[in-house]
Structure formats: structure tokens, C-alpha cells
Design a protein around this ligand. Structure first.
Ligand code: MG
Length: 358
């Protein structure tokens, strides 16, 4: 089988870098992109200078400001970031049509048919970085490897402005020294479980057999087992639409799981979500409910409806049941989110499109 040559590109501190690019007075300063503390904002991006203060994405603005009193807080300008993102993605498509965007600032590229060997893949990666910089005045980090898992691992290896190659022969070395929380598929919860077992690095994770990982993390355990052994068959999917969208809401004051405020927020979220589904002519069957508690612990639950729908009342009703199952105690809730994870065209639309073909 021919070797796949996969690139993973990740812009460096994307939102924060755009703000620093456009406002010379922000350059070299600790800066976050976030809504202000008074609005209970959360950090969505931080400059490298801000990271030096221990500030990271997901942290409340109030905490970030406490850590660094001179911190510049810039409210998010999503239209601008989206615009820059569009430029980046079209630059990437000049190099290959096989581009799979993962986020505004992240994409996989499959350059196998353009690059007969690793030398040419690395040259292409370097040209890519240069071209992105010429078009946007922003730096990015690129990982090059033979599958998605390792390419993504490579891109975060030397940030910012990095170019890292993980080869078919040296990949075990990379796996061994990497903290498990950096691996794709290992989030906070999984990472915590592993930490409690005394497992911090890939080297320690390699000692667990597949059965143990499956017992701990079900299907994902098996994926993790394969990935750290260099096996990841996922293809770069250039037809991928944004596979999920959702809405979140932060309460002005923390609320109980059984309260009118929560019910109302849930209703509004599902209405907004369904508006978006309807606009795109979509229905959804798989959803995700996210709950953030007052103590900033987070929990989420995936669930599946009996059939695809774009009816807010159907989604609302099921989401409520799921919420009651997820939150059984009296913990206060700070934020909730509802996401649609898949999209189907409604049956009637399918029929129409067939008719128009005739
Ligand atoms: Mg990034």
C-alpha cells in the first residue's frame, strides 16, 4: 500500500494573532479575545504573551485578568476571523483539493498524490506556511506524517511557526514522550482517569492492553490503542460540511437543574438550533447536551432521537429528559449548550431533488 502523506495545519493563537496584527498597540502584549468579566466572559483565544501568565482558553475572563492585571481584553470579532479563515482555506485548496477544514484555523490536507516522497511533502509544507503568511501576515504550525492522528500531534509539537515531521520510523519516540492529554481522543475526563492510574505519557499508555482501554473508554479505548501504534485509517474528507453546530447559553446567575430559567434557556436554544437547521434544509437525529456547573466542571451527553427532525419541541422534550438524567444532584448550572451532530436532508427534499433531476 502506498504511504499516505498527510499535513495538519493549525494557525498560531488565531484570534489573538489577528487582533495583534490589526492593532499595532496590541503587539507583544498579553491579550485575550473574550467577552468582558462583567458579562461572565470566557477566554476564547490568548496571545503567547498571555499564556506566559498561565492563561488558557476556556478560563473565565475574571480569572485571566486576576492573573495578569495589564491584560488586554478584546471582544471577539467573529466575522473578521471567518473572513481570514476563508482566505486560508482557499490558499490551502490551491495546493490540493483534498482539504478537510476542522475549524476556522485548522485543516487536514492529503498531499499523497502530489508528493512522491517525504522530501517533497516537507517542501510543500514549507511553501504552504510561506504562502499563508504572504496572504494573511499570520503564522501557522504544520505537522507532516503518514496519518491524521500523527499529523495533528506533529503540528502542536513546535508552536508557534513550527514545521514538524513524524516519520514512519521515528513515530514511537514521539508517542512515548507525549503527555497523554495531547493525544486526539483524550479529553479532560479521560486524561483524569489515566492520571489517577499513574499514566501521564504515551510510554505509560503503551503498557495498557486493548481490553483494558476498551473497558475504561469503550470504543474510544480501541481507537486510542490503535492510534498510538501508528494505525489510523481515517481519510481526509474534502466533502466534509461543518458536521455539528450548536448554541450555548451562559446564565447571568447560576441556576438549578429544575428551574424555569433553565427550561426557558433550553427552549430558546433548541429554537435557535432548529432555525439554523431549517435555514439549511437540514434535520438532525444525533445531538449533544453540554452542561457546565458553577464549579466549572463540565459534563456532556450524546443522544439519538427516534428519527431525524427539525422540530424544536421534539428536540426540547428529549433534551430535557437527558438533562434530568445527567444532573441528578443539586449542583448549580452555569452554562448549557445543545448541539446537532449530524444532518440529513428531509425526505421530502430528497424527493424534490430527484424530481428535478428527471
Ligand atoms: Mg490554532
Amino acid at each position: 500500500m502506498a504511504t499516505n502523506r498527510i499535513l495538519h495545519l493549525d494557525m498560531d493563537a488565531f484570534y489573538a494573532s489577528i487582533e495583534q496584527r490589526d492593532q499595532p498597540r496590541y503587539r507583544g502584549k498579553p491579550l485575550i479575545v473574550a467577552r468582558p468579566a462583567a458579562e461572565r466572559g470566557v477566554v476564547s483565544a490568548c496571545s503567547y504573551q498571555a499564556r506566559a501568565f498561565g492563561i488558557h482558553a476556556g478560563m473565565p475572563t475574571a480569572v485571566a485578568v486576576r492573573k495578569c492585571p495589564t491584560l488586554v481584553v478584546v471582544p471577539p470579532n467573529l466575522d473578521l476571523y471567518k473572513d481570514v479563515s476563508r482566505t486560508i482555506m482557499s490558499v490551502l485548496r490551491q495546493f490540493t483539493k483534498r482539504v478537510e477544514p476542522l475549524a476556522f484555523d485548522e485543516a487536514y490536507l492529503d498531499v499523497s498524490d502530489r508528493c512522491p516522497d517525504w522530501t517533497s511533502a516537507l517542501e510543500l509544507a514549507s511553501t504552504l506556511k510561506q504562502t499563508i503568511f504572504e496572504w494573511t501576515n499570520l503564522t501557522c504550525s504544520v505537522g507532516v506524517s503518514f496519518n491524521k492522528f500523527l499529523a495533528k500531534l506533529a503540528s502542536c509539537y513546535q508552536k508557534p511557526d513550527g514545521l514538524t515531521f513524524i516519520s514512519p520510523t521515528n513515530f514511537p519516540l514521539f508517542i512515548e514522550q507525549t503527555p497523554v492529554t495531547k493525544f486526539y481522543g483524550i479529553g479532560d475526563v479521560t486524561g483524569n482517569t489515566l492520571r489517577q492510574m499513574g499514566i501521564f505519557t504515551g510510554k505509560e499508555l503503551m503498557r495498557l492492553d486493548e481490553a483494558t482501554l476498551v473497558r475504561l473508554f469503550r470504543k474510544r479505548g480501541s481507537v486510542i490503542y490503535q492510534c498510538i501504534r501508528g494505525i489510523d485509517e481515517r481519510k481526509v474528507d474534502n466533502n466534509r460540511q461543518s458536521k455539528s453546530y450548536g448554541k450555548e447559553y451562559t446564565f447571568a446567575q447560576d441556576v438549578n437543574a429544575r428551574s424555569d430559567e433553565l427550561d426557558e434557556a433550553l427552549r430558546n436554544l433548541t429554537i435557535l438550533l432548529c432555525d439554523r437547521l431549517t435555514q439549511n434544509g437540514h434535520q438532525t437525529q444525533r445531538l449533544l447536551l453540554k452542561v457546565r456547573f458553577a464549579d466549572f466542571n463540565e459534563t456532556s451527553k450524546r443522544f439519538t432521537l427516534e428519527q431525524p427532525t427539525d422540530y424544536a419541541s421534539v428536540i426540547e422534550e428529549t433534551t430535557k429528559l437527558v438533562l434530568q438524567r445527567v444532573v441528578r444532584d443539586s449542583r448549580k448550572i452555569r452554562r448549557i449548550g445543545v448541539y446537532a451532530l449530524d444532518f440529513a436532508l428531509p425526505l421530502s427534499l430528497n424527493t424534490n431533488s430527484q424530481l428535478s433531476l428527471l
